[in-house]
Design a protein around this ligand. Structure first.
Ligand code: ATP
Ligand code: MG
Length: 875
């Protein structure tokens, strides 16, 4: 079977068992502060499992794009080295939400593997949870009994808490699980060593393919377990591993999913796959990472310097580095593999095809910039190697290696490799300690503690904020949250007009008023696991009664204007610049709006003007808002609504139309575009290769900006005596200024020459040394220096430089005193130092100084001490 057929057969099988087949959620998660990437099939159902979202379909199945490169699941370091872990992989899964439980889950898994796919039963093993006295749970005999009806008892293995007990997090839903493992070793090896002894022992050919999780408990903050009201089945099977087993291969990379990519890399580098362990690993790494990067970009996550973007950047760099070191790729080449990736996966994932140009540009630019970094890093390391050699050391400090890693993106293994070639090594303990410190810092910055929810009232929270700004409501539940040493409360309301931060629109602020009129400030509203949580510093005095919830309407209005303007801007950019424009991010606050989009060059002044003019025309046209709720997604798309890649939409959506702009959107919008008043673009810049950012303001903010600019122009005009042509007047004055500066310079030069001559005719002899001592008013430091060197040159010209001499100039400039001291070579040779002399004297002017043995300067604050300081400078 081809991989395509295998994927389809899984979905068909569970459809035949009355499962609703749903699409994969995006791999990049945007609205969950606790998780950057989808790392398991269950992520998109988390809110159903937590009971926050209603159960629409009790049975669901899908194939989910997963990424395991950070946090709880991080397989990155294994990828490429082994043959069965990927960064991005597809997880096939079936779910039951409060419907069937262990019996059906186990029986169907078995039926699918052994009857539909006809995998050899003698190669399969299963595990069940052995129990945990600490948690008061006994062995999962229930699952074991079900298995015993299907499989030899001898093939059922007890598993420990680490492998066979699944938890969503420190708190929340959890339960035992049962895994299915497959032994794909050749028969002769299987005869020699019993496969059973290799289960869960990291053997590359005795591996887990399918995990069935039975969620039946909820773990509370104090660690105890309670029964879940609605039990959940959550299963996940590694698609690439299943294909390997089905296609009779011993490596995921030998399946039809990866071979075309691997072969292209082999052709490109001129090294055959299978030639050496090192080049094979490199090819696997690159083939794997290519998929991850391409799919992240289609999901809207570009490589960047922070958070999820940084994770993606590091993965790309890992691929570049393997190509560089083991396949001799000194130039960007990964972007060239995009064609073959599109051939393999473009049909199943059309977004890959439509965004191919952008993906290619981003990858290429990232590759090129990292290759430059590698170059810099290698040079730095070379310097360290040379200096360590000179000091007779053969170990480079872990702190240095960490700096290379952290600031130059230079991986430790590369540092080690280069050092090894030079007969040196790194202090890895030190390196690891630095790494740990950094992790601790990150963890402390991110750690959030929350108490268990306190439930006051039953019911679901309902958002009424599209229609009204004030409503009567009750508190459903609340809890205390501590983040970065700051504590606050989260409150869930039965009905709420407060918009919770989502889709780039910031959350509402406002108040909660109790029956006695006491007010509690709500300072922000956020979405957490799809619950709208209202943030307050302290709880209302009586939390039980009826409240009035009221948003800050001015604040909301400003946000709303910016959001509606963003839609008009989006549409207008496509009209003026072309339909390749795609939204890559947006942020809408009360102050301004930000819109990121794909486009390959800087907007010209004329384009920016044209965009503003067209948006403002749409605003003045005063198009009424057409808001359509609960429209089936297919119908919405027929209406021409723009959907965003990487965004997760339900089956029904909300459509927002203003004039000809039609978008899928959950945000708040004005009644008619005229309410926006006006929009003005305040900046246009590049944020990544192929991605531009526009920042703009609307309404009152535009008015304020025009006022401020007008006031500034008014003040400038006044300064230029209200000249009718202000630009000319300024130009004239700048030119005049330039002329005057030139003249002043000429005069200064003349002054210095005549001063020099005066001073030269006034030389004193102090104990055999020729001394010039003088105080100058209104002379800049530069000019004093010019004067001193002019004197020195003249002495040299006269041929009397062999006589010892000293020049001491005190100056006052801008009401500040300064000292300048020059000593002839002979004096320096005798051991005198201008620096030492001037430092002591500078105390008199309350200052400090420095310089070289023959020339030093000092600045100070006390003009009255200048004469005394001058007198102190004596040899
Ligand atoms: P393993 O111990 O092999 O890493 P796991 O215990 O992390 O697996 P689960 O979290 O139970 O795996 O995920 C369910 C299934 O997803 C696994 O049975 C396996 O087939 C597949 N899987 C897990 N991690 C990866 C990965 N990095 N690449 C490919 N498939 C994977
Ligand atoms: Mg794992």
């Amino acid at each position: 079977m081809t991989s395509k057929e295998i994927r389809q057969s899984f979905l068909d099988f569970f459809a035949s068992k009355n499962h609703k087949i749903v699409p994969s959620a995006p791999m990049v998660i945007k609205d969950d502060p606790t998780l950057m990437f989808t790392n398991a099939g269950m992520n998109q159902f988390k809110n159903i499992i937590l009971g926050n979202d209603p159960i629409k379909y009790p049975r669901v199945a899908d194939s989910q794009k997963c990424l395991r490169v950070s946090g709880k699941h991080n397989d990155l370091e294994e990828v490429g080295l082994d043959t069965y872990h990927h960064t991005m992989f597809e997880m096939l899964g079936n779910w039951s939400f409060g419907d069937y439980f262990k019996k059906e889950a186990i029986e169907w898994a078995w039926e699918y593997l052994t009857e539909v796919l006809k995998l050899d039963k003698n190669r399969l093993y299963v595990t069940v949870f052995e129990g945990s006295p600490n948690d008061n749970i006994t062995r999962d005999d229930e699952a074991s009994y079900i298995w015993e009806q299907l499989i030899d008892k001898d093939r059922i293995i007890n598993g420990n808490k680490k492998d066979n007990f699944w938890e969503m997090g420190d708190t929340g839903p959890c339960g035992p699980c049962s895994e299915i493992h497959i032994d794909i070793r050749p028969d002769e090896q299987r005869k020699k060593i019993d496969g059973k002894t290799l289960v869960n022992k990291d053997h590359p050919q005795v591996i887990e393919i399918w995990n069935n999780v039975f969620m039946q408990y909820n773990r509370k903050v104090d660690g105890t377990l309670e029964d879940l009201p609605a039990k959940v089945i959550d299963t996940g099977m590694g698609f690439e591993r299943l294909c390997m087993a089905m296609q009779g291969k011993t490596s995921n990379y030998d399946t039809d999913i990866f071979q075309p990519i691997i072969q292209t890399i082999a052709n490109h580098s001129g090294i055959a796959y299978g030639k050496s362990e090192k080049s094979d690993i490199a090819m696997r790494v690159i083939a794997d990472h290519l998929r991850t990067i391409a799919f992240s970009i289609t999901d809207g996550q570009l490589p960047s310097n922070a958070k999820a973007g940084y994770v993606i950047r590091r993965i790309l760099r890992r691929a570049v580095r393997y190509g560089y070191t083991f396949l001799n790729q000194q130039n960007a080449f990964i972007y060239r593999l995009l064609d073959v990736l599109c051939d393999v996966m473009g049909e199943a994932y059309p977004e890959l095809l439509s965004q191919k140009e952008l993906i290619g540009k981003v990858i290429r630019e990232e590759e090129e910039s990292f290759l430059r970094t590698l170059d810099t890093g290698i040079k730095l390391l070379d310097k360290q190697i040379t200096s360590s050699r000179q000091e007779g050391k053969s170990v480079i400090s872990g702190v240095d290696a960490f700096t290379l890693y952290d600031t130059f993106g230079f991986p430790l293994d590369l540092t080690e490799l280069i050092l090894r070639e030079n007969g040196m090594s790194v202090n890895t303990d030190e390196f690891n300690a630095e790494m740990q410190k950094q992790k601790d810092r990150a963890r402390n910055a991110a750690s959030v503690e929350a108490t268990d929810w306190v439930h006051l009232n039953e019911g679901e929270s309902q958002f009424v904020g599209y229609d009204i700004a004030t409503t009567e409501t009750k508190i459903l539940r609340y809890r205390k949250v501590t983040h970065k040493k700051k504590s606050f409360y989260q409150i869930v309301l039965s009905k709420t007009p407060f918009y919770a931060e989502m889709g780039g629109q910031v959350g509402d602020k406002g108040i909660l008023i109790d029956s006695k009129g006491d007010k509690t400030m709500i300072f922000d509203t956020k979405k957490e696991n799809n619950l709208s949580v209202h943030l307050v510093d302290k709880l209302p005095v009586s939390i039980d009664g009826i409240f009035t919830a009221k948003i800050d309407e001015d604040y909301r209005m400003a946000i709303t204007c910016n959001h509606s303007a963003t839609h008009l801007l989006h549409e207008t950019l496509r009209q003026i610049l072309g339909s390749h424009i795609e939204q890559k991010g947006s942020y809408v606050s009360a102050e301004s709006l930000r819109f990121d989009f794909s486009h390959y060059q800087k907007l010209t002044k004329e384009e920016i003007r044209a965009v503003e003019k067209e948006v403002n025309r749409k605003i003045r046209s005063n198009y009424p808002l057409e808001e359509m709720r609960d429209i089936p997604i297919a119908e919405a798309q027929k209406m021409g609504a723009m959907a965003l890649f990487g965004e997760k939409y339900g089956e029904t959506v909300r459509v927002i139309r203003m004039g000809t702009s039609t978008e899928l959107c959950g945000g708040t919008h004005i009644d008619a575009t005229g309410n926006i008043g006006m929009m003005r673009i305040v900046s246009e810049s590049s944020i990544a290769s192929g991605i531009r950012r526009i920042e703009a303001i609307t309404g009152r903010a535009v008015e304020d900006m025009i006022d401020a600019q007008q006031d500034m122009c008014g003040s400038i005009k006044e300064l230029y005596n209200n000249s009718p042509d202000i630009i000319k007047a300024i130009e004239r004055s700048l030119n005049e200024n330039l002329e005057l500066k030139k003249q002043v310079e000429v005069f200064e030069q003349q002054r210095i020459i005549s001063l020099r001559d005066t001073l030269m005719s006034n030389i004193d002899n102090e104990g055999g040394v020729n001394v010039i001592r003088s105080i100058q008013k209104d002379m800049s430091a530069d000019n004093v220096k010019g004067l001193v060197f002019n004197i020195r040159n003249l002495i040299a010209e006269k041929g009397s430089a062999d006589q010892p001499f000293m020049i001491v100039i005190g100056a006052v400039y801008n009401d500040k005193p300064s000292l300048t001291l020059f000593l002839s070579d002979e004096l320096v040779e005798k051991g005198y130092s201008a620096v030492n002399l001037i430092r002591t004297a500078a105390k008199e002017i309350q200052g400090g100084g420095g310089g070289q043995p023959h020339f030093a300067t000092a600045g100070g604050r006390n003009i009255n001490g200048l004469q005394k300081a001058m007198d102190m400078i004596k040899l």
